[in-house]
Design a protein around this ligand. Structure first.
Ligand code: PEP
Length: 251
C-alpha cells in the first residue's frame, strides 16, 4: 500500500479572535505553500472557521473543527453540527479530545455516536485517546486504550476504517511540557495499530494514521516522527505561533 501521508494538525483550542485567526492562517498559507509530502490541518474555534476558510481556500492548508454535535440541526442551543462544519469548508473534525472528556463529560459511547455522524457527513474524524497519569502509574495504559478503541471507534466499515485518524494523546503530556519519550509513544502506537488490525484487518491498520499529541514542540518533533508507527502530530500550544507551527510542519 502507499506510504501513509503524515499529518501535522494544529488544535488552536479556545484561543484567537477572528482577526488573529485570519492573520495566523494567512501566515501559514504563505509560508507553507511548497509543502507537498504531508497534510497540514488547522482547527480554529467555531466562530473563526468561515473566515479562516476564506483565507486558506485553494491552498494546501486544510481546515478542521475541534468538536461537533451528532444531530444535524434543531433545538440544541449552543451546538454546531457535522453537516454545518462540512458546509463551512471543514475536512476534519477532532472528536473526544481529552479536554472534552475531562471538562464536558464526554464518553466513549458519545464519541462513537459523533464518529459515525462525522463519517456520514464526509468529515474525517481525528479521534483522541490516551491515558491519565494515574492510569499509567497503575499500569492501565493498554487496557484504557483498548476500551477507548473498542467502544469509541466501533462499527466502522472498511473504507471508514482506512480513512480514520487516531490521535494518541497521553493526558499527562497535554499542555504540561512533559512529552512521552519517542519510545513510550511508539510502544502505544504499535499497540493501537495491532489492535486496529485485529478489529478492522491488516489493510485498514496499514492505512490508519496515528498521530501523537502532548507537548510536541519544534525541538522534539523530529525524534517523535522517526518512530515507525507515528504518522504525525496533533499540536496544541505550539500551533498558536506561526514560526513554531511552520517549523513543526517542516520537521
Ligand atoms: C492538544 O491539545 O491536543 C495538545 C497536544 O496540546 P499541547 O501540544 O499543548 O500539549
Amino acid at each position: 500500500m502507499d506510504k501513509r501521508i503524515p499529518i501535522v494538525a494544529g488544535n488552536w483550542k479556545m484561543n484567537k479572535t477572528v482577526g488573529e485567526a485570519v492573520e495566523l492562517a494567512g501566515l501559514l498559507k504563505q509560508n507553507l505553500q511548497d509543502v507537498k509530502d504531508r497534510e497540514i490541518v488547522i482547527c480554529p474555534t467555531y466562530i473563526s472557521i468561515f473566515a479562516v476558510k476564506e483565507v486558506i481556500k485553494n491552498s494546501n492548508v486544510k481546515l478542521g473543527a475541534q468538536n461537533m454535535y451528532f444531530e444535524k440541526s434543531g433545538a440544541f442551543t449552543g451546538e454546531v453540527s457535522a453537516f454545518m462544519l462540512k458546509n463551512a469548508g471543514c475536512d476534519y473534525v477532532i472528536i473526544g479530545h481529552s479536554e472534552r472528556r475531562q471538562y464536558f463529560g464526554e464518553t466513549d459511547e458519545g464519541i462513537n455516536k459523533k464518529l459515525h455522524v462525522a463519517n456520514k457527513e464526509g468529515l474525517i474524524p481525528i479521534v483522541c485517546i490516551g491515558e491519565t497519569l494515574t492510569q499509567r502509574e497503575k499500569n492501565e495504559t493498554f487496557s484504557v486504550i483498548e476500551k477507548q478503541i473498542k467502544t469509541g471507534i466501533a462499527g466502522l466499515d472498511a473504507e471508514q476504517a482506512k480513512k480514520l485518524v487516531v490521535a494518541y494523546e497521553p493526558v499527562w503530556a497535554i499542555g504540561t511540557g512533559k512529552t512521552a519519550t519517542p519510545q513510550q509513544a511508539e510502544e502505544v502506537h504499535a499497540f493501537i495499530r495491532k489492535l486496529y488490525s485485529e478489529i478492522y484487518g491488516k489493510d485498514a491498520a496499514e492505512c490508519v494514521r496515528i498521530l501523537y499529541g502532548g507537548s510536541v514542540k519544534p525541538n522534539n518533533i523530529s525524534e517523535i516522527m522517526k518512530q515507525p508507527n507515528i504518522d504525525g502530530g496533533l499540536i496544541g500550544g505550539a500551533s498558536l505561533k506561526a514560526d513554531d507551527f511552520i517549523k513543526l510542519v517542516r520537521y
